[in-house]
Ligand binder design. Structure first.
Ligand code: HEM
Length: 484
């Protein structure tokens, strides 16, 4: 059961549903449905969406269901894996360069690879796919295991069985994946010729005529005999793996897919989810992440060091309510003595609500806040309890006027609260190194930031055996003022 605040869950929910925080290509793909985008050049014959899906499959395909090793664990990021013949092509490096920027102390690379594949499929005409999180990043390359076109049908059946898929699931999963993209000359010069085509500069021969979109054309064209799929009608039959695999049940699966696009979409949704959830044994994934209906975001309480606190009321995200530009949200807050503030109206501005900030004194603080949505009785008024025991102190400061500079990260701890530790974790580096520090009331760590200018920190603390996140925006040397 989700209770606000749970910054990690909220961030993952946001990545998955709002598609916020993933950089411009994600936004482009996710929000404007630009499925033809390929960052690295136009008219290349390629699309990032296809690369992201292939990356997720190749990362997962090293899974060995017999001994529980391998799976979707971001081991594809290691150059040693990318250099293997089974991982020919530059799509993995491309994908990783993009997606890794969205990884942080809450979100593993492997979870981002899974979200990337989901967004690519969903944004480009595909079905909704269940997303769970909790994947753990491998610390070294996995044992090889990705299938290659020149292998025999028996080898492919054995390979998919090892990954956890039977023969009919193998046919389906490949037919689902090969709805996107194609084979490029540079990666597979023996399969595909140089095309000398200025509108397809990387000489990619596509699996179907709609290679930037999810649809059952890959099956329709295969059954109609019009397909140009280079793994079906390639001149060297040895590398026609899709032909051998698609035909291996007498075309029963491909006929059914060609005849029924809903059946195809439903089976693909289930198999893609299973593919993404294939993880090394011991990794436990969460339940499916569903949209949070009413979610406060960017709420902060910051200690000023002068007996006052700054409360930023943040924004309210409503999921799946009709757009209504006249909608207003009333926000109010209650202090520790139970005194409620007059309510403030937050007006609708392009989907987000501007925040309201107030200064309150340290003793009364803000104990809870509440939103009432004016136009929509289906969104019940809700009260959110504000955590106020451990706060960022804006006495945090840097020791010199120039950046990089050493800086003090200060945290205010309410008297009587005895965390077993407070620590700051970097957002941009995994596995996250931890900076620990301890004093009373204002706890301080000196961060030597010579090589650390661009790192941001989140603050966590442990109390009574549980870990909590301090509700504040991330802090970096660039976000703090000069020390007095
Ligand atoms: C026997 C199994 C498979 C074989 C032999 C195979 C082979 C290939 C080959 C040779 C390419 C061309 C790559 C390039 O030129 O960069 C390719 C592309 C692709 N594969 Fe597969 N594949 C298999 C299974 C799958 C599965 C199960 C999926 C996903 C569920 C998948 C998704 C993709 C995608 C999306 C591309 C397009 C990449 C792009 O255009 O950049 N493949 N595959």
């Amino acid at each position: 059961q989700y209770t606000w605040p749970d910054p990690k869950y909220e961030e993952l929910e946001s990545l998955r549903w709002d598609q916020i925080g993933l950089g411009s290509t994600f936004l482009e793909l996710g929000l404007t449905g630009s499925c033809t985008a390929f960052v690295g050049g136009s008219n290349t014959g390629r699309a990032n969406a296809a690369d992201w899906i292939r990356t997720a499959y190749h990362d997962m395909a090293t899974h060995n269901s017999e001994d529980g090793t391998g799976g979707l664990d971001a081991s594809i990021r290691f150059p040693e894996e990318q250099a293997r013949a089974e991982n020919a092509g530059d799509g993995f490096l491309d994908t990783f360069n993009f997606l890794s920027a969205a990884s942080d102390r809450f979100v593993s690379y492997a979870d981002i690879i899974a979200i990337g594949a989901i967004i690519a499929i969903e944004s480009c005409g595909g079905p909704e796919i269940d997303f769970r999180f909790g994947r753990i990043d491998a610390t070294e390359p996995n044992i090889p295991g990705v299938p290659e076109p020149r292998q025999t049908l028996d080898e492919h059946i054995a390979s998919f069985r090892k990954q956890g898929f039977n023969q009919s699931e193998m046919i389906s999963l490949i037919a689902c994946g090969h709805s996107f993209g194609g084979v490029q000359h540079t990666a597979f010069p023996d399969l595909v010729p140089e095309l000398n085509d200025t509108t397809n500069t990387q000489s990619a021969v596509h699996f179907d005529t709609t290679f930037t979109n999810f649809d059952n054309n890959v099956a329709k064209e295969y059954i109609a005999g019009t397909t140009l799929n280079p793994l079906v009608v390639g001149s060297n039959d040895t590398t026609n793996s899709d032909k051998r695999i698609f035909g291996s049940d007498g075309n029963v699966t491909m006929n059914a897919f060609a005849a029924d696009e809903n059946l195809y979409a439903n089976i693909c949704a289930a198999l893609f989810a299973r593919m993404l959830d294939t993880v090394p044994s011991g990794v436990v994934l969460t339940d499916v992440v569903t949209p949070i209906p009413v979610k406060p975001t960017q709420v902060e309480l910051i200690h000023h060091g002068d007996g006052t606190l700054l409360f930023n009321g943040g924004s309210l995200r409503l999921w799946n309510v009709p757009v209504n530009t006249a909608r207003a949200v009333n926000a109010s807050w209650t202090d520790r003595a139970g005194v409620e503030s007059p309510s403030v109206v937050l007006r609708h501005t392009s989907g987000m609500y501007p925040s309201a900030s107030i200064v309150v004194n340290e003793t009364s603080a803000v104990a809870s806040f509440r939103f009432v949505v004016s136009d929509d009785s289906s969104v019940a008024a809700q009260t959110f309890t504000m955590p106020y025991l451990v706060l960022l102190s804006d006495t945090s400061c840097r020791l010199s006027n120039t950046i990089p500079s050493a800086w003090n990260l200060n945290v205010a701890v309410r008297k009587g609260t005895i965390p077993s530790r407070i620590y700051a974790t970097r957002l941009n580096v995994l596995p996250a190194p931890t900076v620990e520090y301890a004093e009373y009331d204002i706890w301080t760590v000196l961060i030597l930031s010579d090589d650390d200018t661009f790192n941001s920190y989140g603050i966590s603390y442990e109390l009574d055996g549980k870990t909590f996140e301090v509700l504040t925006s991330i802090v970096s040397v660039a976000s703090v003022g000069l020390c007095a």
